[in-house]
Design a protein around this ligand. Structure first.
Ligand code: FAD
Length: 444
């Protein structure tokens, strides 16, 4: 289908990718309305993309091989073991992911949005008026403009979704993700090709047994020195009763690669409006109640191996943020001339490791539908059929992983490698083969 005008509400990962998709599909006029006034790249911390999903997206032209990335190869599940600085490794699993600074992923996508697309920052959409063959967009300043179709890429509190399905809100899971990044404990690690084309440096990766041995030996060393045994290509999952914390390095800008961490657990019951997390909200850095940061710090100090506790605790309090964890499923990705993409359509718990992959695939799917369809109806129906089912599957997987890793955690300290592997397989039982950890695989 050629021609047509499209408004994209939201100019983050999904919004930039959708603008690229419809422009490549042949839309005549594309406008992105982004509420934020400044560039988004300075916000956000780390994001990972599964290597094979990345490969598909790169071939489809949605990610750029030149983005600086850090290679991750394994995930080491770690539990506190007395005062042993690095704790005890329960197991190490393959973890073929690429780590990015969120800002570099956004910047590259933004750069790929063609010049013909109008990207309007500081343009909050406050209302939409659908009619038989188009939609009028109203901005907060009162300006109105009509388009043939509108794509909501406006995140989990989407105004587009509210127009399509009034009252359909993300459902609070009952726990939070605390996020932060701390100064590099290991300097600058090996990385993938950067814009200058430098190839990934090779680094020796120790076997599972080597890592476990190194961790035991480190019990006698002091906490700071223990970091020498850490392989920078390992992601770490520190587990504790009632939650876990995922840590990995992200490519830094010259001063070493920071350690990105996200800790999931149920927050304490606190009075006050800020703590009512049942309705979608996330608190930016610096806005956390002292009771929440105090709770986090105490939990980390009590439950983490000393070295990893130190890594998290040296994150400046004012740069720590929280993200309540929600589930969101929509009955359709398209209705009339309104469409949804990214978090506006589906929020699967981050344990699936595939939120950004899904957002990029939504755009890719829309481009495919656009190229194959002869009219709006065909394009929208094909997109809806492709993405609604994928979204529902990922939400289901996220719920199962959240239950096992946060809500009903096993006795981690009693686990050995085989126990962890069996527990992990159990969480994936019944999963659609194409939609597992790391997100949906398009071509499998
Ligand atoms: C600033 C920022 C930092 C992030 N950092 C990380 C991170 O470090 N790690 C990670 O894994 N994920 C991060 N995410 C989330 C991650 O980008 C998403 O889960 C995923 O990529 C899907 O993104 P999305 O584009 O669908 O939604 P989002 O990234 O939430 O983007 C929605 C966009 O819509 C805009 N918007 C909302 N309402 C309106 C409106 N009414 N009118 C106009 N614009 C509107 C918002 O300003 C925002 O830019 C971040 C998101 C943002 C916005």
């Amino acid at each position: 289908m050629g021609g047509g005008s499209v408004a994209v509400v939201g100019g983050s990962i999904a919004g930039c990718a959708v603008a690229l998709a419809v422009a490549r599909g042949g839309a005549e006029r594309v406008t992105v309305f982004e509420r934020a006034a400044g560039a988004l790249q300075k916000r956000g911390t780390g994001v990972t993309l599964h290597s094979s999903r990345y490969g598909e997206l790169e071939a489809a032209g949605y990610v750029d091989a030149a983005m600086p990335w850090g290679e991750l190869r394994r995930r080491v599940w770690t539990v506190r073991d007395g005062e042993a600085p690095l704790g005890r490794a329960i197991a190490a699993q393959p973890f073929p992911f690429r780590a990015y600074a969120w800002g570099s992923l956004w910047r590259e996508l933004r750069r790929r949005v063609p010049e013909s697309v109008v990207y309007r920052p500081d343009a909050a959409v406050c209302a939409l008026e659908p009619d038989a063959d188009g939609v009028t967009v109203q901005l907060a300043g009162g300006e109105r403009e009509r388009f043939d179709a509108v794509v909501g890429a406006d995140g989990y509190r989407s105004v587009v979704r509210e127009t399509m399905f009034p009252g359909l809100l993300p459902e609070y899971s009952g726990y939070l993700g605390w996020r932060g990044s701390s100064p590099a404990p290991w300097g600058r690690g090996p990385r993938g090709a950067g814009r200058d084309g430098t190839a990934a440096e090779s680094a020796s990766v120790t076997g599972v047994t080597d890592v476990m041995d190194a961790m035991d030996v480190a019990g006698a060393a002091d906490v700071a020195a223990a970091g020498g045994a850490v392989d920078v290509m390992d992601a770490r999952t520190v587990v504790f009763p009632g939650g876990h914390c995922v840590m990995y390095r992200i490519p830094g800008a010259g001063h070493g690669d920071p350690l990105n961490w996200v800790l999931y657990t149920v927050p304490p019951q606190l009075p006050g409006p800020q703590q009512d997390l049942r309705t979608p909200v996330s608190l930016p850095p610096g806005a956390l109640a002292p009771e929440l940061t105090g709770y986090l710090r105490d939990l980390v100090a009590r439950n983490f191996p000393p070295y990893w506790a130190e890594c998290v605790l040296r994150t400046p309090v004012e740069s720590t943020l929280i993200q309540p964890i929600y589930d969101l499923e929509v009955p359709h990705y398209a209705a009339g001339r309104l469409l949804l993409a990214g978090d506006a359509a589906t929020v699967a718990r981050p344990h699936i490791g595939g939120g950004s992959v899904k957002a990029l695939q939504d755009a890719w799917s829309l481009e495919t539908a656009w190229r194959a369809g002869g009219d709006w109806r065909e394009v929208l129906d094909a997109y809806d059929a492709d993405r609604t089912a994928v979204g529902a599957t990922l939400v289901g997987l996220g719920r199962r992983l959240g239950r096992a890793q946060v809500e009903e955690t096993p006795d981690w300290s009693a686990m050995r490698e085989a126990d962890l592997e069996a527990w992990w397989q159990e969480q994936h039982r019944g999963s659609d083969r194409t939609s597992g950890f790391g997100g949906h695989a398009v071509s499998r």
